[in-house]
Ligand binder design. Structure first.
Ligand code: NDP
Length: 609
């Protein structure tokens, strides 16, 4: 994928001025506490993390039975793993999910205006298999949630599923060659294989604003929307907000979707902004099945592969999705370890010119759409593309032209100063609000195995995180680790990534299900030998791009540890998702048998090959 078109090369003077502007704007926002500026909703504010979408949790007896596969997480990762396992003929698959139903992020996030900004025809998985064709280019959240349910129903995942249940520990029983799965509902059931897919952005976080506990108005996080208070639905119509003064904190991808909806329904809306998002054109439109090629079998697979190729920097004969993601795909090079051109002569200069062109276009759009000059200036993003998650909206910027919307820029005070009983203080001014919505995002890396919240005890009582703390993460393809037989971890660690993450999850699910099916057939245990892990860690390390400088210069956010820098090094497969999927496909064809340790070997040696 070529870099986005730069109409003319910026002069050296322009480059120097822009770099300086970026530096100054970054300094205005960096906080010395880094990620410690946030507070965990789960640990500190239980009501912020409670499930508003399940009225009553059904009482049940703890389970002590045995299943073939336990899957931790009922989002798209878990659902896809379940679907692919069922397709492989695996009999009993039990999904363990904290929420009251399948859907993961789409279960929890139901805020007004929620949509996915990745095209629905590439984001929704298993469209070919379910025969479903979305109507809109960008699907509403509820449609995506229902698709998750549709897939779970079609592949019989409800029968053994445990909802409103969190896995608390996984312990390998060597004698039985089974995992014992503990949960917060007292279960201790057994599974021959365990697959984990626990997501990365699952726990809502709150800013550690002084006085946050003092606020007496109504408040909630966008991922736990209180329709009982606001009225309405994700389509709007929030009559509970009529005539009310409402505040919203946060202008990231969620804020950009929810703010136009709140602006429609609130008496007055105060938007508390620290960093403006880069808001690009969205271009929502209805699309007929014919337009997306849904009259041909295999259409959805081809379309998402095409999107993946473009967003991974691979050549593609045509651009089927043709939106602002694909138009700017060349500028995702610093975010996703896929593009291999950063060492080429003049590449960085061309990259910087293309970045200027794209960001200047995004900045010009603010000036064109927002009538008040001071508001437009505050909404203008001064950082490089992909420093923060790009956003897409055609209603966000015009919302600030409404008489009932006030933008309160908090950058000079590094965020909101404090909260009072009545509202929010910024620059010494108290903004009284009856309702305050936190669109403040999610803690990163606090769920699942790597967070330590789901302790895993493998062979000989060894804890997975103890070994990883000593030597760093060690896996084969990110999925499996020596000493932890029949445990398959889904996620981006030492694996691949993309902006269209459901595609990544589906490829992971295919691989996980193939491993389980082959192990069942051969009566084998899935476990890589230490030297196989060493080789994979080397593969990840050798090509790891050095993008630390880029993230160090970026405005703070969760992409760069709130300004502290992004971890470099062997955290992902460095040659991109397309190459990784090819590698997995070949590996399955050529080597899978060798990585499965036949049972009879198990008693003699831990080596695989
Ligand atoms: P983000 O973490 O992206 O944004 C949080 C917002 O809260 C930021 O604007 C942040 O400001 C602001 N904030 C935090 N602390 C303070 C403070 N003390 N004072 C003022 N403002 C503060 O969370 P989101 O929920 O918006 O998005 C999270 C992720 O969810 C996205 O990156 C994306 O991956 C996903 N998402 C995807 C969508 C899709 O369509 N596919 C839609 C929505 C979300 P600052 O920037 O200065 O830190």
């Amino acid at each position: 994928m070529p870099l986005p078109h730069a109409p003319q090369q910026p002069t050296q003077q322009e480059i120097v001025a822009l770099r300086e502007r970026y530096r100054v704007e970054r300094e205005r926002r960096v906080r010395p506490e880094g990620t410690a500026q946030y507070r965990s909703t789960e640990a500190e504010f239980g009501y912020f993390a409670a499930d508003p979408y399940t009225d009553e949790v059904t009482e049940r007896e703890p389970l002590h039975d045995t299943v073939d596969v336990a899957i931790v997480g009922g989002g798209f990762g878990g659902i896809l793993a379940g679907a692919r396992l069922r397709r492989q003929g695996v009999a009993t698959v039990r999904v363990i999910e904290k929420g009251g139903d399948f859907g993961g992020t789409w279960y929890w996030n139901r805020y007004p205006g929620i949509h996915c900004d990745i095209e629905s025809h590439v984001y929704l998985p298993l469209l070919d298999e379910t025969g479903y064709v979305p109507e809109w280019k960008y699907a509403p959240g509820e449609e995506i949630r229902r698709h998750a349910v549709r897939v779970a129903e079609q592949f019989d995942l409800y029968e053994h599923a445990l909802f409103s249940t969190a896995a608390t520990d996984l312990t390998w029983d060597q004698a039985a060659e089974q995992w014992v799965v503990g949960t917060d509902r007292g279960d201790a059931f057994r599974a021959t294989y365990v697959i984990t897919s626990t997501g990365t952005l699952s726990e809502p976080k709150l800013p550690g604003i002084p006085g946050i506990e003092d606020y007496r108005g109504h408040t909630f996080h966008t991922s736990r929307w209180d329709y009982g208070y606001t009225g309405g639905s994700p389509e709007g119509g929030m009559d509970g907000l009529t005539g009310k003064r409402v505040g919203v904190v946060g202008t990231g991808a969620t804020g950009v979707q929810v703010i136009p909806m709140l602006a429609e329904d609130a008496g007055h809306l105060y938007v508390f902004q620290r960093t403006p998002s880069a808001v690009d054109v969205r271009g929502q439109q209805r699309m007929t099945p014919r337009e997306v090629g849904a009259d041909r079998p295999g259409w959805a697979g081809e379309r998402r592969e095409n999107f993946l190729r473009i967003c991974s920097g691979e050549e593609a004969a045509q651009d089927l999705v043709a939106d602002r993601w694909t138009a700017s795909a060349g500028l995702l090079e610093k975010l996703l370890p896929s593009f291999r051109r950063h060492g080429e002569p003049d590449f960085e200069a061309a990259y910087e010119a293309a970045d200027h062109a794209t960001m200047n276009q995004i900045r010009a759009r603010v000036a064109a759409e927002v009538t008040d000059a001071a508001t437009a200036a505050a909404l203008t993003p001064w950082y490089r593309y992909a420093c923060k998650r790009p956003t897409f909206s055609d209603t966000y910027l015009p919302a600030f032209n409404r008489a009932n919307v006030t933008l309160v820029d908090t950058a000079d005070s590094h965020g909101i100063e404090r909260m009072t009983e009545r509202g929010v203080m910024v620059g010494g001014v108290e903004y009284e609000v009856e309702c305050l919505v936190f669109a403040t995002g999610f803690s990163v890396g606090v769920s699942g195995i790597t967070s330590g919240k789901l302790p895993v005890t493998g062979r000989d009582g060894v804890r997975l995180m103890d070994t990883w703390k000593q030597r760093g993460p060690r896996t084969l393809h990110g999925f499996t680790s020596n000493g932890f037989p029949n445990l398959i971890r889904m996620g981006s660690l030492q694996n691949a990534s993309s902006v269209n993450y459901t595609h990544i999850l589906d490829e992971q699910a295919l691989h996980a299900a193939a491993l389980v099916a082959a192990a069942q057939e051969k009566g084998a245990v899935i476990e890589p030998a230490p030297e196989v892990e060493d080789a994979w860690v080397d593969v990840c390390a050798q090509g790891a791009p050095d993008h630390a400088w880029f993230h160090a210069e970026c405005t703070p956010g969760y992409y760069n540890g709130e300004g502290r820098g992004r971890p470099n090094g062997p955290t992902a497969y460095p040659h991109g998702a397309v190459a990784f999927h090819d590698l997995l496909r070949r590996w399955r064809e050529e080597n899978m048998g060798e990585a499965l340790r036949a049972k009879e070997w198990a008693r003699e040696s831990v080596s695989v090959r």
